[in-house]
Design a protein around this ligand. Sequence first.
Ligand code: FPP
Length: 232
Amino acid sequence: MTKLFNKLPNHIAFIMDGNGRWAKRRGMPRNYGHKEGVNAIERTIDACIKFGIKYCTFFAFSTENWKRSKEEIEGIFELLRDYISKNDNIFLSKEVKLNHIGILDPFPDDLKSSLVNMEKQTKNFEKLTVTFALNYGGRDEIIRAINNLLEKGEKSITEKEFLTKLDTNGLPEPDFVIRTSGEQRVSNFMLYQMAYSEFYFPKICWPSFNEHHFVKALKVFSKRKRRYGGVS
Ligand code: FPP
């Protein structure tokens, strides 16, 4: 592997865009795109394991996605429910730690408890940590963190203290952000954490994303020169 890439990202964040367009082009309903999107998540988790990536995060449901139709929202919940609850799920079968960022409160009770239960069962796995961003928004996360600090009576804090109040506490910052479908936006995803992330925008829609695209992305990352505001 080291021959293929001179460096690899420790944490990759995926903005899985293009599910709706992918389905529409095939004359299918939007939820068919999300269904195939779940298969792309599974392929991507497998590829992360294969190439030794330690953390990956998927933007599965944003604080803004509540604007979508009830049918589409319920379809996404159903996919998530099936994916987490199946007996041979990837988390248990491949020893992958499951984690989430975002506020689960508005989600159906059974979905919340299967998520929390799977997180408990996989909490000691170390090979790969998969985080699903669920009812997540970067602005919402920052405001919640500030309110938390205000409630504690804090007058002044350090960056280090602030980080502990974010949903991502304990996760490294994403080194690499991949947004599929050719759109080039951040869409309220990990705003604070992406300060020094590298970005990549392949044209392919998320349901088509596979190991070939993943390897191509890793090659792009391995050529990036990260300077963090310094000089190389
Ligand atoms: C963006 O494409 C996709 C989403 C907002 C939803 C992604 C959700 C899943 C793949 C299912 C979640 C399930 C699990 C197991 C985490 P879009 O619908 O905005 O595409 P478009 O821009 O072409 O309309």
